[in-house]
Design a protein around this ligand. Structure first.
Ligand code: KG4
Ligand code: ZN
Length: 346
């Protein structure tokens, strides 16, 4: 088989990440270097788009240099550049896209514009064997969507959140709990020490028989609870609270997965299919445990490829290499902040 070297660039939010992958008979992630802006963004209490964009600009050249440092390849050997163009924060997206365009201009390389959400799910192919069609649950800081993934180029939305994303529920909850940003991992850690059945939190849209999600009421319920109850940060009560709050998110995602499965069976007339879970929240240990217990054939993207990373971008570009734009067409690419379907940006 032909060898392909793909460079992936991810800058849609606050992670600057570059990966180089090699595909022969098998896929190898040769290098994956990420810089999370946590320290610099901490003082702002979250992501400030302009600050994040400036940080990407400063970091991209050195990360690029570092990526090739211990490899037998140089940028000249790269066959294809994948870069996130949607969805995300516009300023940050444009810094990555302009980096890709500069490389395309100087080295005459083609670019594959990447949809970040699809890339999160397709990251399953980096190190696991999954075939199309599959039911994908994408749970990240900005999105929570059940997709029916018919093929590499057909992602049908089955249902999504009507307000906050699951990651947002973790991050905002962590903020209220005094656990800081980013919240998901912190709640996950504390929840391991607690009893998830101690307190009851609401499950949004529980009685609607579809796969829409809602997390904004949960956050409000936590605020009201905290107004009435004060727990010391490292007490058993506090661990129980973290576990119970997390459990409401996990229960909602698990319940609505059942409706997503039902919808696929009814509308797409398909009985047997695999389930793929990706995005930052797919790192969550309780979510992994619960879905694996309740459902057959459920596969999680490996944790190192769940949160935003260049490898998932390079991998998506590799899968869709036939759609790449050669130089100089590559220079006409644009970025879009809001989630749009593949055909609209190609
Ligand atoms: O996919 P991602 O890196 O960025 C977006 O595309 O949004 O996801 C980030 C989200 C954050 O909300 C973070 O709190 C959450 O993933 N997250 C987790 C865990 N690790 C990261 N949420 C729950 N449990 C975790 N272990
Ligand atoms: Zn993401």
């Amino acid at each position: 088989m032909n060898k392909k070297i793909v460079l992936g660039i991810e800058t849609s939010c606050d992670d600057t990440s570059i990966a180089i992958i090699e595909k022969t008979d098998e896929l190898k992630v040769l290098s994956l270097i990420s810089y999370d802006q946590e320290a610099s963004l901490k003082k702002w209490g979250g992501v400030v788009p302009e600050v994040a964009a400036r940080n990407h600009l400063t970091k991209l050249p050195s990360l690029l240099d570092e990526s090739f440092k211990n490899l037998e390849y140089t940028i000249n050997d790269v066959d294809l550049i994948g870069v996130t163009v949607t969805p995300g924060l516009l300023g940050p997206l444009l810094t990555g896209l302009n980096c890709a365009k500069s490389l395309s201009l100087v080295y005459k390389k083609p670019i594959l514009p990447v949809n970040h959400l699809y890339a999160h799910l397709e990251a399953i192919h980096i190190d696991q064997n999954i075939s199309y069609p599959y039911l994908g649950l994408l749970v990240s800081g900005g999105h929570s969507i059940y997709f029916w993934v018919e093929s590499k180029s057909s992602f049908v939305v089955l249902g999504s959140t009507i307000d906050d994303a699951a990651g947002e529920a973790f991050d905002k909850g962590a903020n209220l709990l005094g656990l800081g940003y980013p919240g998901g991992q912190n709640i996950d850690k504390k929840a391991k020490l607690g009893n998830k059945d101690r307190f009851e939190f609401p499950i949004g849209l529980k009685s609607s028989a579809d796969c829409r999600l809602s997390f904004s009421g949960l956050k409000t319920a936590l605020r009201v609870f905290l107004d009435k109850n004060k727990f010391a940060p490292d007490s058993q009560d506090f661990y129980d609270l973290c576990a119970s709050y997390q459990e409401a998110i996990v229960k909602a995602l698990s319940l609505k997965l059942r409706y997503a499965i039902k919808k696929v069976k009814e509308e797409f007339n398909t009985k047997d299919f695999q389930i793929v879970v990706g995005g930052g929240v797919a790192c969550n240990s309780a979510l992994r445990e619960t879905l694996q217990q309740k459902y057959n054939d459920v596969y999680f993207v490996s944790p190192k490829y769940c949160t935003d990373n260049g490898a998932m971008i390079a991998n998506y570009a590799l899968i869709n290499q036939d759609d790449a734009l050669s130089y100089p067409k590559s220079l006409e690419l644009d970025a879009r902040g809001r989630f749009i379907n593949k055909k609209d940006y190609l």
